[in-house]
Design a protein around this ligand. Structure first.
Ligand code: SF4
Length: 297
């Protein structure tokens, strides 16, 4: 199998076959992200994809779920994705879902008809880095799309029958606008209705523009207590039916996961108990890099 440069996948894709169709990230400009900074974006040649598919078939036999890598394979044109999905369906006729990371801006260039065709070829459950429901935060993070584009494009996906999970970054707005960010996140999520919400806490590595802002004091990150409170405020405002609330990212201080609205009260209680149980010095501390999720262990 070909895997070039760093390869990331969501935790809930742990059992999926990872098939490389692109390398790196076509955007590669988010101000907080260094994941693919040194990797050139490339599209894998079709003969390489075909030989990887055959190798995987010989090695694993039937596969029900495939996750295309790397950072945003949905940037490929509808025709390219269609050709890849047709190959997958030919080699793995039993496949149920072909998932991948996608950006809101990858949806813009595809027609409604094309989105439906891709869905018919089993492309579904895209993982989308929305990060925040605040327009100014999306601009600040340089996500490459506006809040209005997120609203419009995510609804187009749903209308085409394509489900998506929404990545949300706790603390994306910084310390001054933490509550405002929670409210804006909940409003957007209630409107676009993801099948899963994947929460992670802002983690900024040296080498990123946001890290430089933090060093210069022009961006102040949330305290640990604010991150948990932001998550709680967001959760309390969600009015979604059947959406998974997945807060198990290692960067989160208190791991929580469940389905809304069934587990809502239990999740709220866990976060509230966490807030009241954390010593004040930790509650007011800023996360230590790399140890955000282990602060209270
Ligand atoms: S956050 Fe995602 S879209 Fe942004 S640069 Fe990193 S990998 Fe690319």
């Amino acid at each position: 199998m070909h895997y070039t440069g760093p390869v990331f996948r969501p935790p809930f894709e742990a059992n999926s076959l990872l098939l490389q169709v692109t390398t790196g990230c076509s955007h590669n400009k988010c101000t907080f992200c260094t994941m693919y900074r040194d990797t050139c974006f490339q599209i894998s040649p079709m003969d390489e994809i075909e030989s990887d598919l055959q190798e995987a078939r010989d090695e694993y036999g039937p596969v029900s779920r495939i996750f295309l890598v790397n950072a945003d394979p949905f940037v490929l044109s509808a025709a390219q994705l269609k050709a890849i999905a047709e190959k997958i369906n030919a080699v793995f006729p039993e496949v149920e879902t072909i998932a991948m990371y996608a950006s809101v801006k990858n949806i813009i260039g595809k027609t409604d008809e094309e989105l439906k065709e891709l869905r018919n070829l089993k492309i579904n459950e895209l993982n989308i880095g929305i990060e925040s429901g605040m327009d100014e935060v999306l601009r600040h993070l340089n996500k490459g799309f506006t809040l209005e584009e997120a609203r419009t494009q995510l609804k187009r996906l749903r209308n085409a029958g394509i489900d998506f999970s929404a990545n949300i970054i706790l603390g994306a707005a910084g310390t001054e606008k933490s509550l405002e960010n929670a409210i804006a996140d909940s409003e957007l999520l209630n409107e676009v209705k993801p099948y899963l919400i994947f929460l992670a806490t802002l983690h900024v590595d040296p080498g990123s523009p946001l890290y430089d802002e933090m060093q210069a004091g022009t961006f102040r990150e949330n305290t640990l207590g604010q991150n948990i409170t932001e998550e709680l405020e967001l959760l309390k405002r969600l009015k979604l039916e059947g959406t998974a609330f997945f807060g198990l990212h290692t960067s989160n201080v208190i791991p929580v996961a469940g389905t809304l609205p069934k587990d809502r009260e239990k999740l709220i209680r866990t976060l509230e108990d966490g807030i009241s149980g954390i010593p004040k010095n930790l509650f007011d501390a800023r996360p230590k890099k790399g140890y955000e999720g282990r602060a209270i262990i």
